[in-house]
Design a protein around this ligand. Structure first.
Ligand code: NAD
Length: 246
């Protein structure tokens, strides 16, 4: 049976962050009931559950609390990106322990959030998961964009995001029979007061001639949570102003 948006409980990890706030705002405006799951609090109007998504027991406890309170869960937006001190270290400076740590924090957390939410989506007879990746899960960086800036994109980021893209395909294939759809959204660069030299070069490359904004991403999430996307699963939607079509 078709569910109206207003009955849908959508969990959003990292709802206090740059893109997360816009996701919460747009889901609310579209009459969903978003719930922010974040390690820090935010000014969002929706309910917030403090949770460290790198800790399995915290994810389990919070999802259970939400289910007990609302009686159902219909969607998950896997958006939070836990960072450790080693994030952004140069390729040659990354030590094995940092590599393993980052894979655990950034890749395992996405896996665990999916693993813990899926039984609830099965109880709801269907649902939608959106994993937020990045274009750099699909393509390599143009390093000329970062010349003469302090920006130094980390290789682990690309590895993690590529892993997230593959996790989406696996889950879409495994849980389609339960009417659970799993998709990836891969944003391009989002404007956040980056170095002007970088921004100028970046927008010259983009067919739509600007960097992205959080509100370029969030409407796509609303679409993927809605029944309008009921036959879409296992896809990676690149929202990048056309950068990767070149
Ligand atoms: N900003 C960009 O240019 C860009 C581009 C492509 C993809 N993305 C992806 O979009 C997503 C959101 O990015 P953003 O720029 O909004 O990030 P952000 O840093 O602004 O927000 C991330 C949020 O995650 C929360 N968080 C961090 N560690 C957590 C933990 N252990 N448990 C729970 N919450 C935790 C933070 O408190 C924060 O609210 C990320 O997955 C990122 O990789 C961002």
């Amino acid at each position: 049976m078709k569910k109206a948006n207003k009955e849908k409980i959508i969990l959003v990890t990292g709802g206090s962050g740059l893109i997360g706030k816009s996701i919460i705002k747009d889901l609310t405006e579209d009459s969903y009931i978003p719930i922010n799951i974040d390690i820090t609090s935010a000014e969002n109007s929706c309910e917030h559950f403090k949770c460290d998504i790198t800790k399995e027991d915290e994810i389990e406890e919070v999802f259970q609390l939400i289910y007990q309170k609302y009686g159902r869960i219909d969607g998950l937006v896997n958006n939070a990106y836990p960072r450790k001190e080693a994030f952004g270290a140069d390729f040659f400076d990354v030590q094995e322990k940092h590599l393993v740590e980052q894979l655990h924090f950034q890749l395992a957390s996405y896996y665990l959030c999916c693993q813990k939410v899926l039984p609830y989506l099965q109880k709801s007879n269907g649902g939608s998961i959106v994993n937020i990746s990045s274009i750099y899960g699909s393509v390599g960086n143009d390093f000329s964009l970062y010349e003469n800036t302090k920006m130094n994109p980390p290789g682990v980021y690309n590895m993690v995001k590529g892993g997230i893209n593959s996790l989406t395909n696996y889950l879409a294939a495994k849980f389609g029979k339960d009417q659970i759809r799993v998709n990836t959204i891969s944003p391009g660069g989002i404007f956040d007061n980056q170095d002007k030299k970088f921004v100028e070069k970046y927008i010259q490359k983009v067919p739509l001639a600007r960097m992205g904004n959080p509100d370029d991403i969030s409407p796509v999430i609303c679409f993927l949570m809605s029944d309008k996307s009921k036959y879409i699963t296992g896809q990676n939607i690149l929202v990048d102003g056309g950068l990767t079509c070149l």
